[in-house]
Design a protein. Structure first.
Length: 288
């Protein structure tokens, strides 16, 4: 029975990961509802499944971003050598931010700074929320408000070259605050992008890649899961089931989710967050 519950929980968690609904918040509610004990090993298995979906879905972009990073370093080294050789006088330096992917990479790295800083600062608060359905429910309501506000904004469709550093920092701050369970990272970052006038298609890709990096950082040794989770106790079979279920839930719906977000369905997603928030509050009341 626990195996079936884990499969359902993993599937729902993977499904929620690519919609503007908090996957960790969904995991918390589902774990309490289905009475599934989530320890560090099972949490990591589900996050790994979601991470793999993101890698497979954006592998071509990841490769291009990697090549852009290498070429930026190459041009920086070239300019430095030219500067030393010219002794500070004018020279034919290479431009660094050329092309969409170079600009996109720099904006992504800029957004990563507040994401990491806020993630570290809020790690203890996020761990406390993991055991509190009331606060998780409130975070679902906040996500709904953010989505509703962004749904009334006219998007000027800025591309990677039109994005500015303040806009990337704002999106990174929203991403950092979304470390708190119940706040959807994709919902928060995409809404911030809409509020900043970034194109919907670019915002969805930006939020997904930022989520992928965040999950990677969470999965680093010593950083797996909230600190309130008990030490690894789940069997290998349960962990594999959680991994596969989360992977299947995400892989089957990621493209559909991206299309729905790009077409401005934030009001519908806000309603989903309100229902999940009410469910979390109801579970908190019944637990008393």
């Amino acid at each position: 029975m626990i195996l079936l519950k884990t499969l359902l929980l993993g599937f729902l968690t993977g499904l929620a990961a690519f919609f503007p609904v908090s996957s960790v918040g969904t995991l918390i509610i589902g774990a309490h509802m289905f009475s599934v004990p989530v320890d560090q090993r099972l949490f990591a298995a589900m996050m790994l499944g979601i991470f793999l979906v993101l890698v497979l879905s954006y592998y071509s972009d990841i490769i291009r971003l990697f090549y852009s990073l290498v070429s930026i370093f190459r041009d920086l080294i070239y300019n430095l050598k030219l500067y030393v050789k010219a002794r500070g006088s004018e020279a034919d330096y290479r431009r660094i931010l050329t092309g969409n992917y170079r600009n996109f990479l720099v904006m992504l790295l800029t957004a990563l700074i507040p994401t990491v800083i806020l993630g570290l600062l809020l790690s203890n608060a996020a761990s406390a929320v993991f055991q509190n359905d009331l606060i998780t429910g409130m975070m679902f309501f906040i996500t709904a408000v953010i989505l509703l506000v962004s749904s009334f904004m006219d998007v000027p469709e800025k591309g990677p070259r039109q994005m500015k550093y303040p806009e990337a920092l704002i999106m990174g701050c929203f991403s950092g605050f979304a470390m708190i369970p119940g706040l959807s990272k994709i919902g928060a970052v995409s809404s911030a992008g809409f509020l900043c006038g970034v194109s919907r298609k670019l915002t969805v890709k930006f939020s997904c890649l930022l989520s992928m990096i965040s999950i990677f950082l969470i999965l680093l040794p010593g950083r797996i899961g909230p600190s309130v989770l008990q030490e690894a106790d789940s069997g290998i079979g349960i962990c594999i089931a959680g991994f596969l279920a989360a992977f299947c839930g995400g892989y089957l719906f990621i493209r559909r989710a991206q299309k729905l977000i790009s077409k401005d369905n934030n009001k519908i997603f806000a309603g989903c967050n309100v229902m999940l928030g009410m469910l979390a509050l109801l579970m908190q009341m019944l637990a008393r």
